[in-house]
Design a protein around this ligand. Sequence first.
Ligand code: PBG
Ligand code: ZN
Length: 328
Amino acid sequence: MYPEKRMRRLRRRRLLPLFTEHHLRTDQLIAPLFVDEEAAAPVPIASMPGQARQTMDSVGEAAARLYAAGIRAVLLFGIPRTKDAAASSAYDETGVVQEAVRRVRAEVPNLVVITDVCACEYTDTGQCGIVGDCADGGPDLLNDESLALMQRIAVSHARAGADIVAPSCMLDGMVQAIRSALDAAGFEETLIMAYSSKFASALYGPFREAADSGCSCGERSTYQISPANGREAFVEPSLDAAEGADVLMVKPAGPYLDVIARVRTLDLPVAAYQVSGEYAMIRAAAERGWLDERAAALESLLAIRRAGADLIITYFAEDAARWLAEDA
Ligand code: PBG
Ligand code: ZN
């Protein structure tokens, strides 16, 4: 077709903005926030440079700073004072996340507060729920026993004022169980953002240091999806949609763009979680001078948008907000 068809015509400097297919906006970003019940001052997270565990007293301020930068939603994780087999600190009405939700809501009423609903930061085993011996031998997460725990956690978060609960345990039936518990407790308006396509990924490594949720018994591959399985990663969100999920999530994001594109066809809002390892890889390379951090981070986020994500949970949220404002 050449010379009639010249694709470079579309790329002339002055015309380029007209033909830009996808955009990254600050209000599409969700910032994770870690809250440490015991910390007296914010504690930097070594495996995630630039991130820190907030204290009960600093989390409201951190949220206010994000809101001032243009971020409209945060995802809260708690590091509790005590852990036990039943994860009882996870549904304590005065627990770390419940209290943090109240502080953030009081400080920044317009910020959307999302909570991670899982037990791995609250169990002494580091497992995501109640553990027993499974048929294959060895410890395993018990599905139906753990559902009741997730219901209690989700309702306690809603009662504290969470707008959206985000169950991340990959239990079968978790969305339906949580929806019915929320409705029964009078929280029909609380949304569920389901970690639907959650892979058993090596890229959660830095997070486990950040949230002190290292797994000391069994492993997570009996409930998280194998990185080899794309079809399965589409069935999961289809089921979650049928069970009443309001938002579907794919996690990690960058290595799973094919999954994001496929989940997009379900016609529910799609969130993608650019996880700790994705952040750490870019940060570490940038620290060595091997990558331009700003360019690499913004490219990674735009690619996730292009694949079909409406929202991106990212540790770059605050930096990206600044970079995007500079560009505007
Ligand atoms: C589970 C949870 C995890 C992450 C978010 N929610 C850890 C896991 O499943 O092991 C990982 C997020 C990240 O790596 O940034 N509560
Ligand atoms: Zn978990």
